[in-house]
Design a protein around this ligand. Structure first.
Ligand code: SF4
Ligand code: SF4
Length: 233
C-alpha cells in the first residue's frame, strides 16, 4: 500500500464520508503487537512498529522492545490480516518488486554491518533512509529478542560503538544473550567510561526487563525484514 498527500490552495467541497467496510471485523486491532489501535479507526502512530523502526530517530522505549520481536524494518501485520487485502494484486511495475538483499537476511549477517557495508548493501532501497545507526538499533532489538546466544559476541562488540543509539541497544541485547559472568566483565570494562545517560541506564536497568522474549506474530511467519519497494527514488 502506498500513501501520499497533495497540498493545494484550491477550495474544495467536502465529499461524503466513506462507507464502513469493516463491519464487526477487528482483526487488525487484535493482531497489532504493540496495541497501536486505541479504538476502531484510530491509530496511535507512536506505538506502531513501522513508525518506531523506520521513522523514529531516538531510543525505542522498553515497553515496545519485546513486541517488536524480529521486525527490523516495518511491520504491516495489520495489513496482512485484513480480509480486504485478498483482493490486492502484485504491482506490475518492476521497481516495486522485492529485492533479494531484503529477503529475510540472517541477523548474524545484519549485526556485523558497519556504515560502509550498510550503505553498500542497501543502496537504492528505502532501508538506507534509516541510516546505519537506527538500523543497527533495530537489529540489536531483534537479536536481543532472538534468544540466540551465538549473537552475544557481536552484540558485545557493539557496546563500544560510536553511536549512543547503538550502544544502548547493544547493552540491552548483550544482557539478554550473554552469561552473567560475561555481562559483569563487560559492565566493569565499559560503564565507568560511559558518558551517555541512556546507555548508563541500560546497564543499570532491572533484570526483570531482560527476560528472554518469545513474542512473535502468531498468525504470520517470523521475519527479520520487511521489504519495501523504493517508491521514493
Ligand atoms: S504496522 Fe504493525 S505495529 Fe503498526 S499498527 Fe499495524 S500491526 Fe500495529
Ligand atoms: S482488518 Fe480490515 S476489515 Fe478488519 S477491521 Fe481492520 S481494516 Fe477493517
Amino acid at each position: 500500500m502506498f500513501l501520499g498527500a497533495l497540498l493545494t490552495t484550491a477550495h474544495l467541497e467536502a465529499d461524503a464520508a466513506s462507507e464502513d467496510h469493516c463491519g464487526s471485523c477487528r482483526r487488525c486491532l487484535d493482531i497489532c503487537p504493540t496495541r497501536a489501535f486505541p479504538a476502531p479507526y484510530q491509530l496511535d502512530a507512536r506505538r506502531c512498529i513501522a513508525y518506531l523502526t523506520i521513522e523514529h530517530k531516538g531510543h525505542i522505549a522498553h515497553e515496545f522492545r519485546a513486541a517488536i520481536a524480529n521486525r527490523v524494518f516495518g511491520c504491516d501485520d495489520c495489513l496482512a490480516v485484513c480480509p480486504w487485502n485478498k483482493f490486492a494484486s502484485a504491482a506490475r511495475e518492476h521497481r516495486f518488486a522485492a529485492r533479494a538483499e531484503t529477503a529475510d537476511p540472517p541477523l548474524a549477517t545484519l549485526i556485523t554491518l558497519d556504515d560502509a557495508a550498510f550503505r553498500a548493501r542497501f543502496a537504492g532501497t528505502p532501508v538506507k533512509r534509516t541510516g546505519r545507526d537506527r538500523f543497527m538499533r533495530n537489529v540489536l532489538i531483534a537479536a536481543g529478542n532472538s534468544g540466540d546466544r551465538t549473537l552475544a559476541p557481536q552484540a558485545g562488540a557493539l557496546i563500544g560503538d560510536a553511536s549512543p543509539l547503538v550502544r544502548a541497544m547493544a547493552v540491552w541485547a548483550y544482557r539478554r544473550l550473554a552469561t552473567e559472568a560475561d555481562i559483569a566483565r563487560a559492565k566493569a570494562a565499559h560503564l565507568t567510561d560511559e558518558s551517555d545517560p541512556v546507555v548508563r541506564a541500560e546497564w543499570e536497568a532491572p533484570c526483570d526487563d531482560l527476560r528472554p522474549a518469545t513474542h512473535q506474530s502468531p498468525d504470520l511467519a517470523p521475519r527479520t525484514f520487511k521489504s519495501e519497494p523504493d517508491h521514493r527514488a
